[in-house]
Design a protein around this ligand. Structure first.
Ligand SMILES: [Zn+2]
Length: 243
C-alpha cells in the first residue's frame, strides 16, 4: 500500500524532470542473476585462499594472475546475463530525453545492453581488456575463448581487464563527468547500493536539488537525506514507475 504511493510520487517527479541522473550499484544487477561478490557468505569465501578484496587488487593481479583470473572467471564474468526491468526502464527514460546519465559501479555492461548510451562506469567494464605490454584491445569474447586461464596477447603480454581493482584510482575523466551530471541533475535516483563506501557516498554530496530518491531494500548511507525513500526491489519499482 505504502509502496504504491511512493511509486506514484516517483512517477510524478519523473514526469516533471528533464535532467535525471541514476546512480546504481551491484543491487541493480542482482535481479539479472549477477551476485554481489562483496556480500557473499562465508562458505563461498572458504572456496578461495584469499578474501575477494585481496584477489581483486592491483598488486595481487601482478603477483598471482592465475589466481586472479580463476576468481574473475568464476565470480565476475556473466556473459549470459540479460538486462532486467531496471536497466530497461532507465534506457527508456534516456530515449525519452528525460535522463542525462547512468552512473554505475557495475562492470557488466548491462545498461548498454538495455540500450542506454550515456553510461558512466566508475569501476570500468569487463567488456574492455588491454594487453599490459603493447596496449592491444581485446573484447570479453577473447577472454572467454582464451585457452589458458591467464589470457595473453599475440605479443606475449598479459591481458588485463579494464576493471578498476582495489589499490587503483578511478578514471578521472569518468569521475568528473559523473560529478558534472549529478550537479546539474533535477532528480537524482539512487538504487541498488548501500552508499556507505567511497566514492558513492561522496558523489551524492554534489547533488543540490530537492528530489533525491533512494530505492533500496536495505538501509543506505543517505536515507536521512532522501526526499523519497522507496524500500522496494529496484527492477519492480522502476519498471512500474516508467511504463
Ligand atoms: Zn600485446
Amino acid at each position: 500500500m505504502a509502496l504504491e504511493r511512493e511509486i506514484e510520487q516517483l512517477k510524478a517527479w519523473i514526469e516533471e524532470s528533464e535532467r535525471i541522473v541514476f546512480f546504481g550499484g551491484a543491487g541493480v544487477s542482482t535481479e539479472s542473476g549477477i551476485p554481489d561478490f562483496r556480500s557473499e557468505d562465508g562458505l563461498y569465501r572458504q572456496k578461495y585462499d584469499y578474501p575477494p578484496e585481496q584477489i581483486i587488487s592491483h598488486s595481487f593481479f601482478l603477483r598471482r594472475p592465475d589466481a586472479f583470473y580463476r576468481f574473475y572467471r568464476e565470480r565476475m564474468l556473466y556473459p549470459d546475463a540479460k538486462p532486467n526491468a531496471a536497466h530497461l526502464a532507465l534506457a527508456k527514460l534516456e530515449q525519452r530525453g528525460k535522463l542525462r546519465a547512468v552512473v554505475t559501479q557495475n562492470i557488466d555492461g548491462l545498461h548498454q545492453a538495455a540500450g542506454s548510451r550515456h553510461v558512466l562506469e566508475l569501476h570500468g567494464s569487463v567488456l574492455r581488456n588491454h594487453c599490459r605490454r603493447c596496449g592491444a584491445f581485446y573484447g570479453l569474447q577473447d577472454i572467454l575463448n582464451a585457452k589458458e586461464i591467464v589470457p595473453r596477447c599475440h605479443c606475449g603480454g598479459i591481458i588485463k581487464p579494464d576493471v578498476v581493482l582495489y589499490e587503483e584510482a578511478l578514471e578521472e575523466r569518468v569521475m568528473e563527468e559523473a560529478l558534472a551530471c549529478i550537479r546539474a541533475a533535477d532528480l537524482l535516483m539512487i538504487g541498488g547500493t548501500s552508499l556507505v563506501v567511497y566514492p558513492a557516498a561522496g558523489l551524492v554530496r554534489y547533488y543540490s536539488g530537492h528530489r533525491l530518491v533512494v530505492i533500496n531494500q536495505a538501509p543506505t548511507g543517505v536515507d536521512e537525506r532522501a526526499d523519497l525513500l522507496i524500500p522496494g526491489k529496484i527492477g519492480e519499482v522502476l519498471g512500474r514507475a516508467v511504463d
